[in-house]
Design a binder for this molecule. Structure first.
Ligand code: A2P
Length: 272
């Protein structure tokens, strides 16, 4: 006696693509990942963000928020990472989406966490807290990153162990990835850190930078940021960026943009 639950469809909207949910994965009661099928005409650069959302009240505008795309630029699906905000205008509803439901997808992806906004270098540090992991999931699965940098270090700072989305895949250095698996095995390092539960690496990113735990094996090279070798992408809360940016500036790194590439780039992690 099966009760079929029909997918929730959205009405066409002139400003947005309509995209269909391909899969959903809940990490815990505060965090989930999902992917939509990529519309044929949708193009983006690895690391960019786009607006996604759901219809608003009857007669009202859709409720849209900016989300980093967690898939690499060549993928045929668009993956996202979202928190679940109790009572949040979008995430309260978004967390209930299921396969075959539809949502709105913006037409103009953009952002500064892209290879083009950085000067060439040897080590690429991807420093993310919370959902600030998302743009880096895109970049570490893009072969271009491994051509531009000899080492790619992803540091993910979270409150609880269960917030470490994709921990198994990242710990395995993306071993199963058909496109970048071989390069990642040699060039990619994943350093998870947890602040509010016991974990092998406990503390905030600022602590790991200050006490040198970020540097050293398996990461090769200087035990501190070096303006010649190191390039950094930062994504997380305003508070995190406010505390980390001075540490980068102190090492002589300057901020880059799409118009004028530099030695580090930042973007706030989006919340719903
Ligand atoms: P903490 O648990 O000490 O607040 P959030 O979910 O609030 O964005 O936090 C994600 C991670 O970022 C948490 O581990 C949190 O640590 C950490 N964090 C919060 N503020 C800062 C900051 N100013 N500098 C570095 N890390 C921070």
């Amino acid at each position: 006696n099966k009760h079929a639950i029909l997918p929730s469809l959205v009405a066409d909207h002139p400003g947005f693509h309509t995209a269909t949910v391909k899969w959903v994965r809940h990490w815990n009661d505060r965090l989930f990942s999902f992917a939509v099928h990529r519309p044929a005409s949708f193009r983006f650069r690895s690391g960019e963000f786009v607006m996604i959302g759901l219809p608003g009240a009857v007669g009202g505008k859709p409720v849209m928020r900016a989300y980093s795309i967690a898939s690499p630029a060549y993928a045929d699906e668009l993956e996202f990472l979202s928190i679940k905000v109790p009572g949040g205008p979008l995430t309260q509803r978004l967390q209930a989406i299921r396969v075959d439901d539809q949502l709105y997808l913006g037409r103009k992806p953009t952002g500064t966490l892209v290879c083009d906004a950085l000067l060439g270098g040897r080590r690429l540090w991807l420093l993310g807290t919370g959902t600030g992991l998302a743009p880096f999931l895109s970049l570490v699965r893009d072969a271009e990153v491994y051509e531009r940098f000899s080492q790619v270090v992803l540091v993910h700072g979270v409150r609880r162990v269960s917030d470490l989305a994709w921990r198994e895949e990242l710990t395995a250095q993306l071993a199963g990835d058909p496109l970048v698996g071989d390069q990642a095995l040699l060039q990619f390092h994943y350093l998870p850190a947890v602040t509010r539960e016991p974990f092998h690496t406990a503390g905030r990113l600022t602590d790991l930078i200050a006490d040198g735990r970020l540097f050293g094996p398996p990461v090769a090279g200087p035990r501190g940021f070096d303006a010649e070798l190191d390039r950094v992408m930062l994504c997380g809360s305003m508070a995190m960026m406010r505390d980390v940016v001075p540490l980068l500036e102190a090492a002589g790194l300057d901020e880059g943009s799409n118009a004028a590439p530099g030695r580090y780039v930042i973007e706030r992690a989006f919340v719903g």
